[in-house]
Design a protein. Structure first.
Length: 163
């Protein structure tokens, strides 16, 4: 019986999410869990000169998110894990990536949320903020925060090969 039968992992277009994704795939494979890949698009007020420019920007953001989700889904499948994908959007000043992930995790019935973190400290963390820390605070679902291997001073572990 799986301890975490439904795992949601935050997927991004940066190196920060790679260790978290690898951890989520390994854990889902080991637990026989359902994996959900969640990408959050921030919809900031663009500096578009026309409605067509705005539509083009939104289309480009959607295409980028879909490409990233497809790539990570293929990575999971190559390691023997089927994953579903979801693209979340935030479009208000009051909304945040952490809140969007927490809402989706609860609505989907996740048993665990996995996200990456730079592991920054001090003034840098205070200035930059931390999505992972915010997610851990607002989520009703347990959150596993996977530190960026380079920031932690540790070599990234290669994913295990599927036998």
């Amino acid at each position: 019986m799986s301890v975490f039968p439904r795992i949601l992992v935050a997927v991004g277009d940066d190196d920060l999410s790679k260790p978290a994704i690898q951890m989520a795939i390994r854990l889902a494979r080991d637990q026989g869990a359902t994996l959900r890949l969640a990408y959050v698009s921030e919809l900031v007020p663009p500096k578009a000169s026309s409605a067509q420019d705005l539509a083009d920007m939104e289309s480009a953001l959607r295409e980028e998110a879909n490409a990233i989700l497809h790539q990570v889904s293929e990575q999971a499948q190559a390691q023997g894990v089927e994953a579903e994908t979801v693209r979340l959007s935030i479009g208000t000043v009051k909304d945040s990536i952490a809140e969007a992930l927490a809402r989706d995790a609860e609505a989907w019935g996740a048993d665990l949320v996995i996200t990456g973190s730079h592991g920054r400290k001090g003034i840098v963390r205070w200035l930059a903020g931390s999505v992972a820390e915010s997610l851990a605070r607002v989520s009703r679902v347990p959150v596993l925060i996977v530190r960026d291997a380079q920031e932690a001073g540790v070599a990234a572990e290669a994913p295990e090969a599927q036998a």
